[in-house]
Design a protein around this ligand. Structure first.
Ligand SMILES: Nc1ncnc2c1ncn2[C@@H]1O[C@H](COP(=O)(O)OP(=O)(O)OP(=O)(O)O)[C@@H](O)[C@H]1O
Length: 271
């Protein structure tokens, strides 16, 4: 099988500080792959090693396809106009500007605006447009929705999904679990320089084994129960309350977020 990205036993030290201690993973063509980890876990370092912006101490990284990298926040000079930035990048990449791309990302009408006058969301969309000018096979996004409001996040999620449907492989790093859960097919969790989990979000949920919380509000107050299967657990809990003649006022079932699973896994890895 040919992969978009193959990473084999990659290690990276900053002086004596080992940040990546032997990372191995594969990303298939067409995936939206998430790299997760708490602040300082090494997400940016790993992404930049894959992108070729940073050297690594040992190991192998193979990329199959062209790549596009979204700039970090405030990466352009404040007095450059949006249109000038687009022309500059198009020239550097030897491509013609696709007006549909600018329209799709809502950049078209901003071309006369100064970069410094753009909102955080507009900057992100411009950065995305610049990364997409040459229609890369693989798109790298480092914390793509930081600073965006809910509307901006949703718009960017839609855009990422649209690009992915057109065949773009997407690798994104984030510490926002909700975002990863909404977008990614598979994730890798970085912890202390190693991958502590690699798989789908459902696999992560079942690995931690506490997929649901059942909250019972009764005459005695509120009580919470963890459950893997809602039906079995709920029947057992209801039977218990019935036998004790405790009236139930309300029942709430809540699927544990990936964030909870991630925090649990981080705690386990730290033991
Ligand atoms: N150029 C550098 N020189 C020395 N240490 C560095 C350098 N860049 C990063 N580090 C250190 O490497 C570790 C990983 O940093 P990195 O930025 O890759 O983490 P991250 O997971 O992306 O964090 P965040 O979520 O905060 O962006 C941190 O301890 C950081 O201080």
């Amino acid at each position: 099988m040919s992969y978009a990205i193959e990473i084999i036993d990659v290690k990276k030290n900053y002086g004596k500080h080992a940040v990546l201690k032997g990372i191995s993973l594969h990303v298939a063509h067409g995936e939206i792959f998430g790299i997760l980890g708490v602040n300082g876990a090494g997400k940016t370092t790993l992404l930049e090693c894959i992108e070729g912006f940073r050297s690594y101490s040992s190991g192998t990284i193979k990329i199959s396809g062209t790549i596009g990298v979204q700039l970090q926040a405030s990466s352009l000079p404040p007095y450059i106009k949006v249109g000038e930035a687009i022309s500059l990048f198009a020239k550097a990449k030897h491509v013609k500007i696709d007006p549909f791309l600018l329209n799709d990302l809502g950049i078209h009408d901003l071309q006369k605006k100064l970069y410094s006058k753009l909102s955080a969301g507009q900057k992100r969309r411009l950065h995305l447009a610049l990364a997409l000018l040459d229609k890369p096979d693989i798109l790298f996004l480092d914390e793509p929705t930081t600073e965006l409001d809910v509307e901006g996040r949703i718009a960017l999620h839609n855009e990422i999904q649209r690009l992915n449907k057109q065949g773009t492989t997407v690798i994104l790093s984030n510490h926002d679990m909700a975002e990863v859960e909404a977008l990614c097919n598979r994730i890798a969790i970085l912890n202390n320089g190693i991958i502590s989990f690699l798989g789908t979000t459902d696999e992560l949920a079942s690995k931690v084994g506490k997929s649901y919380t059942i909250k019972i509000i009764s005459k005695l107050g509120e009580e919470e129960y963890s459950a893997v299967s809602v039906a079995d657990s709920l029947l057992r809990i209801l039977e218990e309350y019935k036998q004790k003649h405790i009236p139930i006022y309300d029942i709430k079932v809540h699927r544990g977020t990936l964030e909870q699973h991630f925090i649990n896994l981080s705690k386990e890895a730290g033991k």
